[in-house]
Design a binder for this molecule. Structure first.
Ligand SMILES: C[S@@+](CC[C@H](N)C(=O)[O-])C[C@H]1O[C@@H](n2cnc3c(N)ncnc32)[C@H](O)[C@@H]1O
Length: 225
């Protein structure tokens, strides 16, 4: 993997709670954050005493390399947001600049925890579609802003293989958002749900209180029955 092939933007614990409808009981589960990148989710819930591991290919890089990459993508992402502001709901942020500042602060929060978290195995450099965990090692897996969002880059086969892998290691998987980068429902959502149902999993689309991409206020919740 090359660091310049991904856009590593990270979200906060508060955003994860809203994107995934996380209850107090959910937070007490053994959690895997899949593709957590520079999110401060892991740092924040670890500080609160909960149990979480995060995987992401960017964890093969050093803190200065990750900071440099995030800063390099800053202008590119902000100008993309400014090109199509009507595609987004500006209720959490007063414009692209404020959003950018929150993302940079979130990354700094993550980086403060990064070296310590690597030593204790909370940040692991792994990539879908194959992960190095035991069957049923986790109770809850959260995957934010990776599957479905990058439907133009990641194939249907990649989605099916990745979600099956997450269900091998976790009893429950939640994925958000269900839209692609153009803010359209991912064409893979329906075939993925059909694949899951045919394999005996339960899969349901649920409303959530988070909405930044217009219409992006739903997650997919999948359970091993
Ligand atoms: C847009 S960021 C989202 C970060 C975080 N989940 C959040 O919502 O704040 C997407 C992340 O997916 C990671 N990623 C890319 N390919 C991946 C793969 N095959 N397996 C796991 N993570 C991957 C990237 O490195 C990046 O950090």
């Amino acid at each position: 993997m090359k660091l310049n092939e991904v856009v590593p933007w990270g979200r906060t614990l508060e955003e994860y709670k809203l994107m995934f409808n996380l209850s107090e009981t959910d937070l007490r589960a053994t959690i895997l954050g899949c593709g957590d990148g520079p999110a401060s989710f892991n740092a924040e819930i670890t500080e609160l005493g909960y149990s979480v591991k995060s995987i992401d290919p960017i964890y093969q890089f050093s803190a200065p390399q990750i900071r440099q990459r995030v800063q390099e993508t800053y202008e590119q992402v902000i100008s993309q947001l400014n090109l199509n502001p009507n595609r987004y709901v500006w209720k959490h942020f007063n414009g692209a600049e404020e959003l950018g500042q929150v993302r940079l602060a979130t990354m700094e929060r993550f980086l403060l925890d990064y070296e310590a978290g690597k030593i204790t195995g909370r940040y692991l450099p792994q990539s879908l579609p194959k992960l190095e965990f035991a069957d049923n090692q986790f109770e809850l897996c959260l995957c934010s802003h990776l599957l479905f969002l990058y439907s133009d880059k990641l194939s249907l086969d990649f989605h099916v293989a990745s979600i099956n892998e997450l269900l091998r290691i976790s009893k429950e998987v939640r994925i958000f958002p269900l839209l692609n980068l153009d803010c359209e429902l991912s064409p893979y959502l329906e075939p993925v749900i059909q694949d899951l149902l045919s394999k005996g999993f339960s899969a349901s689309v649920q409303p959530v209180a988070y909405e930044f991409q217009k219409g992006g206020n739903q997650m997919l919740k999948i359970n091993v029955l």
